[in-house]
Design a protein around this ligand. Structure first.
Ligand SMILES: Cc1cc2nc3c(=O)[nH]c(=O)nc-3n(C[C@H](O)[C@H](O)[C@H](O)COP(=O)(O)O)c2cc1C
Length: 308
């Protein structure tokens, strides 16, 4: 089996998750320059700012980078066109099925890698011609499915013939080694990069991630069909309480309106949406992206050698 780094022409088999409002061009370039695959996250951007951030990444990255498109974004048709016009070579997709863009992207030689939460979606994406899938477990930060990485990953590996990338709950070499054991060719990571020096989130957000304990994340939005894993704070507690009371969707939306931006830009740890995965508790310090990636790879090699 080919490793993800060989498939994508990068040093390490690690993709940086396309985090909305966080994965700007400069950050994507920093991850690529550290040996991973940086992604510009189009969620939270306009068509123009996506183009601008792709150009920043192009200018600053000394290797391949990609774009993450959220398919429920109202401007996704135009964004799908921007990736073509800007010559982007790798696109990951979330929250939907990219059928209508597939022919144009494939004709342009773009590698298409959808994020999927189930075997049925993995199968569908493989039939559409996806080059690989990212099987994302519910441990991850941000929008989540139901299945854990431990259960989803091997089932997806047994379902499709294309490479499978693990996501959700990976922040150490031990976890990457486990993902390999389950059949993955590499991993997508998000939460552990929030505490990198280069990550452009507010210091309060980074401090909250570092302070988090193992059971400090919670999923909001299960009742509205848009579950999101965040750090437990005033907003999240209130949201889940209101969900239990059965308040209507509009009232719930008032709580989350602009909440990711409040966390990322204002450092509002009370009413902001501090998206983070269950690995937050493993993260103890702020380090350069390069150190984070290298320590995952080094530990993974040691663990695999130890098992043999
Ligand atoms: C703050 C945050 C925002 C995220 N936003 C997005 C997004 O816009 N699009 C997407 O496909 N995934 C998003 N994700 C998921 C990541 O791309 C990645 O799959 C996930 O973080 C991996 O799991 P981990 O958090 O356990 O490392 C986000 C994750 C975090 C932590």
């Amino acid at each position: 089996m080919k490793k993800l780094n060989e498939l994508l022409g990068i040093k390490y088999p690690l993709i940086q998750g396309g985090m909305a409002n966080i994965a700007m061009g400069e950050f994507a370039a920093a991850v690529t320059n550290a040996g991973g695959l940086g992604l510009v996250g189009a969620g939270g951007m306009t068509v123009d700012s996506l183009r601008e951030n792709i150009r920043i990444a192009k200018d600053k990255a000394n290797g391949p980078f990609g774009v993450n498109l959220m398919l429920m974004h109202p401007a996704v048709d135009d964004m799908a066109q921007v990736v073509l016009e800007e010559g982007v070579k790798i696109v990951t997709t979330g929250a939907g099925i990219p059928s209508k863009y597939m022919d144009d992207w494939k004709n342009a030689g773009i590698k298409v890698i959808p994020v999927i939460p189930s075997c049925a979606m993995a199968k569908r994406m493989a039939q559409l011609g996806a080059d690989a899938v990212i099987a994302e477990g519910t441990e991850s930060g941000g929008h989540v499915g139901e299945l854990t990485t431990m259960t989803l990953l091997p089932q997806v590996v047994d379902t499709v013939d294309i490479p499978v990338i693990a996501a959700g709950g990976i922040a150490s070499g031990r976890q990457l080694a486990a993902a390999y054991a389950l059949g993955a060719c590499g991993a997508q990571i998000g939460t552990c990069l929030l505490v990198s020096e280069e990550c452009p989130i507010h210091d309060n957000y980074k401090a909250a991630v570092i302070k988090a304990k193992d059971s400090d994340t919670i999923v909001t939005g299960r009742t509205t069909g848009a579950p999101v894993r965040v750090l437990r704070n005033q907003m999240a507690r209130e949201y889940v309480k209101k969900e239990k009371e059965g308040v209507d969707k509009m009232e719930l939306e008032q709580l989350t309106l602009g909440s990711l931006r409040r966390a990322v830009f204002d450092g509002d740890t009370k009413t902001g949406s501090l998206m983070a995965g269950q690995v937050a508790a493993q993260l103890k310090e702020i380090r350069p992206v390069k150190d984070i990636l290298e320590s995952i790879i080094t530990e993974c090699d040691e663990v695999i050698a130890g098992l043999q």
